[in-house]
Design a protein around this ligand. Structure first.
Ligand code: ADP
Ligand code: GN1
Ligand code: MG
Length: 368
């Protein structure tokens, strides 16, 4: 057994698992945390768990993050029970550490947490069937609806100003000014693309601060691989990756899903001719999200959906490009220029949305 696996297994042993942990393997395609699938053997069967090293460069206070996650999952478990659902499969369950806390701090200072594994379901990195994307929209909308009466004040802001596009732009400009890796000169076109859209960055922030659109409790990281789709029913059964559940706008959740799932190419596609906003997928997701929210979106929120999609895509591109300029310390990369490739797909998607703007508006208006 490799050293890494042995070390991860030792950490897994610190949690209240059933049986004896036998195997640990890297799992999933998240950009932030390190995720492992732990396999345990009991007398009767084998049991699986998800063990994660929380990225505490990004989540500065993992104990606050875990307090959020525990509270939100308990709240969801109760809601799901009240609604006659299956709380075992429809929300995450945190597995406590043996000392009764909800995370484990290892020697060397890394922070770990464990979830029960959701079996018989898959998280997809691309839309394989349009129907799956529609089901994911229903589920993300439903998630929003379930959290509608969650006491927002109780939530810690795990990453301050997470979707504040004005703040994101300021951070981008700072990275540009510092140009720590001397990379700015080669990416002038991409930089200009962002700077030309400065005004856009204010639109949703202004509407939120004027109270024109409501602040809600939102997920804030609604890409397709943050939902488990049941292998048999093909329903979006469980929303995962709850690290950024915080006050936000429904347009952030809606927009981030479009950014990722309605793109005809992958987030890190090098061939930009493959990138575009698929209007059929855009329509399907819009319909599903509005239905999932069960009438709770305001007419103005619905009208602003194209803007939510465009701004979440622009913001993500700006974040990838800033990270490229700063030396790739935030998002995991798997090749040189990975963040630059990602930024380019996002900007290409933004441009395509701008070209299709009237069509996107017509689509959302159908649902008013
Ligand atoms: P990151 O913040 O790095 O994106 P995630 O919490 O999204 O981490 O987990 C990464 C991947 O691990 C997910 O995309 C999913 O495939 C898988 N995963 C996470 N939690 C569970 C779970 N409870 N059951 C099954 N798979 C999970
Ligand atoms: C990160 O953790 P993951 O891979 O689900 C990021 C999101 C970005 C996304 C881009 C906490 O999501 O904000 O939109 O990458 N999460 C965090 O793929 O920054
Ligand atoms: Mg994730």
């Amino acid at each position: 057994m490799a050293r890494e696996e042995r070390e991860v297994l030792q950490i897994a042993e610190q949690f209240e698992m059933e049986g004896v942990a036998k195997g640990a393997a890297p799992h999933g395609n998240g950009h932030i945390n390190d995720t492992y699938l732990i396999t345990c053997e009991t007398d009767a069967e084998s049991k699986k768990y998800i063990l994660q090293r929380v990225n505490h460069e990004i989540f500065k206070k993992p104990w606050e993050l875990m307090e959020n996650v525990v509270k939100v999952t308990e709240f969801l478990q109760n809601k799901i029970k009240e609604n006659g659902g299956d709380p075992e499969r429809e929300t995450l369950h945190v597995v406590p550490a043996k000392d009764g806390t909800f995370y484990y701090k290892a020697e060397g200072g890394s922070y770990w947490r464990m979830y029960r594994f959701i079996d018989g379901a898959t998280s997809y990195d691309v839309v394989k069937e349009p129907k799956d994307f529609y089901e994911s929209a229903l589920a993300f909308g439903h998630f929003q609806k379930l959290l509608a009466d969650y006491p927002a004040k109780e939530l810690f802001e795990t990453i301050p100003n997470f979707h504040n596009t004005v703040d994101r732009l300021a951070n981008f400009k700072k990275a540009l000014e510092e140009d720590a890796m001397h990379r700015a000169a080669e990416v002038q076109e991409e930089i200009q693309f962002v700077l030309d859209r400065e005004k856009d960055c204010h639109i949703l922030c202004d509407m939120l601060s004027a109270g024109e659109i409501p602040l809600r409790v939102t997920h804030n990281d609604t890409k397709l691989n943050n939902i488990m789709i049941d292998n048999e029913t093909r329903k979006g059964i469980c929303i995962i990756d709850l690290d950024t559940v915080m006050p936000g706008s429904a347009l952030y959740d809606y927009g981030d899903s479009i950014r990722f799932g309605a793109n005809t190419g992958e987030e890190d596609e090098k061939d930009l001719s493959k990138i575009s906003c698929d209007l059929e997928l855009f329509d399907l997701y819009t319909k599903g999200y509005i239905e999932g929210c069960e009438g709770s979106l305001t007419p103005l929120e619905i009208r602003m959906m194209p803007m939510g999609a465009k701004l979440m895509t622009l913001e993500c591109g700006m974040r990838f490009l800033a990270d490229y300029l700063e030396g790739d310390h935030y998002f995991k990369i798997h090749r040189p220029e990975h963040n630059l490739d990602r930024a380019r797909t996002q900007f290409c998607m933004v441009k395509d949305m701008e070209d299709k703007w009237e069509k996107m508006q017509k689509i959302v208006e159908k649902y008013l």
